[in-house]
Design a protein around this ligand. Structure first.
Ligand code: G3I
Length: 485
């Protein structure tokens, strides 16, 4: 069991946590907190650099503080998970799932059946329908089965519709379509459901934000969802990637129209890969008005997202402009919420403004409480095995053990803290039922807040690291630095 160690440093408390810090940070909510209050998931990818431990430390700090859903940019795709026939590599995906579980993040799996980033060996079976069906079934069964109960939602099929004015299936450069035909989609959903009956299953695509006119990609997808639902194919969601440009001002309302069309079919619509890029040539020439316009478009997407009851996830395809596929491949730039120095842009402020303009009481969620507040049953967590009898903390007395036990803080407060395992016990005249508990990282950013319930608080979702915990019982506060080993 992880042990918290409390270091009671009065001098540290006052010097470090000056009024400025507490005012500057404690009041600011995070996107994550506001999303959770509204029964929604807002997040972004873990870029491939994160998996390779080749990214700035701010990345993860911001990611786990600000967001509550995560997806791998590349590391759960076919070529990454089954690089050789029937030889699976789950190492990087496991790293993300462990990170997500340690930080209370929902996990999207991306992507099982896609014409792109398929392992090279699959093409050896090009045109061989029975073999390709067996290969795809084995891939989906093994990958979904490996993360059964740990991945909330899968992009089962990605980008299977072509880009013609009169949309139809993508019939070229797709080993799956060319070898099997359109039935590969139906089978993929059935196999994914068999491997994890509790996972939500999405059809994911780009250019679904161009309206539901006859022949559009979006209307073609809606027709397929109608057919799948009629045939009991276990699809539960559609993902609109929504890779757009600053000029695409009609797209938020088109997404709203798509959400409404899918709501009639009982299917969730998720924004799965949003970025709002500027033309690459404009890099270095953008001014406040440009970034404000980008923020306005982000605001409109977040407004639609919060107002449509069957929308569940709002995922942005990158955290910082410093690491974005837009610059690497797409001829666009600066499409995200944080700039290249990890500073929040007007787009971040717009997302926050939209969240605050839509009170939790007015936002409907498509998710049951079992998804919003899942029981903590991480099988790898040894906490369940630890019994108080074995945990000496509870027997340590302040006199005997000066480092682990919590000494009464010298502040004039009736509040005192005792931590057992990962539960913080708060005692004091008025603290028992009303104390607010805030946990900050060492940069002073809020990472967790909760209220005391019957004199205790559960800190089990906080990852390893150095933090400061503050208990505020209305009249006075108690501040402690903590270290999770
Ligand atoms: O890992 C290799 C590395 O070993 C090698 O040195 C390097 C040299 O090019 O390539 C690396 O692989 C790259 C991979 O990203 C990991 O960085 C591939 O070349 C590159 O093509 C791949 O690009 C990804 C792209 O999907 C591939 O289609 C982007 O990172 C990723 O953001 C992008 O994401 C897609 C979604 O999955 C589906 N929707 C569209 C979205 C944007 O294209």
């Amino acid at each position: 069991m992880k042990k918290f160690q409390f270091f009671s440093r009065f001098a540290l408390g006052t010097a470090f946590l000056s009024a400025t810090f507490l005012n500057a940070y404690a009041a600011d909510a995070t996107i994550r907190e506001l999303a959770k209050e509204r029964g929604r998931f807002i997040g972004t990818i873990l870029n491939s650099e994160w998996f390779n431990d080749d990214i700035e430390p701010q990345f993860e700090e911001i990611h786990k503080t600000q967001f509550n859903v995560v997806v791998a940019e590349n590391e759960m795709k076919f070529d990454a998970t089954e690089p050789k026939e029937n030889e699976f590599n789950f190492e990087k995906g496991d790293k993300m799932v462990k990170y997500a579980q340690a930080n209370g993040l929902r996990v999207r799996g991306h992507a099982l059946a896609w014409h792109s980033q398929v392992a090279g060996w699959v093409n050896n079976y090009s045109g061989q329908k029975e073999k390709l069906l067996a290969v795809l079934k084995n891939h989906i069964t093994k990958v979904v089965g490996h993360w059964k109960g740990q991945i909330a939602e899968w992009d089962v099929v990605n980008e299977a519709v072509n880009d013609d004015y009169n949309a139809d299936w993508r019939s070229t450069n797709s080993v799956w379509y060319e070898g099997i035909g359109a039935e590969f989609l139906d089978s993929a959903f059935v196999w994914a459901h068999e491997a994890d009956p509790d996972a939500e299953l999405c059809y994911n695509d780009y250019s679904l934000e161009w309206g539901l006119r006859e022949g559009s990609k979006a209307s073609f997808v809606v027709e397929q969802v109608k057919r799948w639902k009629k045939n009991n194919i276990p699809i539960t969601c559609v993902g609109t990637q929504t890779h757009i440009e600053i000029a695409h001002e009609t797209t938020p309302q088109n997404v709203r129209a798509l959400a409404k069309a899918l709501a009639e079919l009982g299917v969730t619509l998720n924004i799965t890969e949003l970025d709002i890029g500027f033309p690459k040539g404009s890099a270095g020439q953008l001014g406040a008005a440009d970034y404000a316009k980008q923020g306005h478009l982000y605001r409109q997407f977040m407004d639609v997202f919060l107002e449509e009851p069957n929308m569940g996830e709002f995922v942005i395809w990158g955290l910082t402009d410093a690491h974005s596929w837009l610059d690497e491949q797409q001829g666009k730039t600066e499409g995200l919420l944080y700039d290249k120095q990890y500073k929040p842009k007007p787009a971040y402020d717009s997302v926050m403004a939209s969240l605050k303009a839509h009170p939790a009481s007015e936002v409907k969620t498509p998710y049951p409480d079992s998804i919003l507040n899942p029981p903590k049953t991480n099988p790898k967590d040894t906490t369940a095995k630890d019994t108080t009898a074995k945990d000496t903390t509870i027997r340590d007395t302040t006199v005997k053990d000066t480092t682990d036990a919590i000494k009464m803080f010298n502040a004039p407060s009736s509040v005192s803290l005792q931590l057992v395992g990962r539960t913080l016990f708060v005692t004091g005249v008025t603290a028992t039922n009303s104390a607010k508990i805030d946990v900050f990282d060492m940069q002073g950013r809020p990472i967790f807040s909760t209220k005391c319930k019957n004199g205790s608080a559960d800190l089990s979702t906080i990852a390893e690291g150095l933090y400061v915990v503050r208990v505020n019982n209305g009249s006075t506060g108690l501040i402690k630095r903590i270290a999770i080993k």
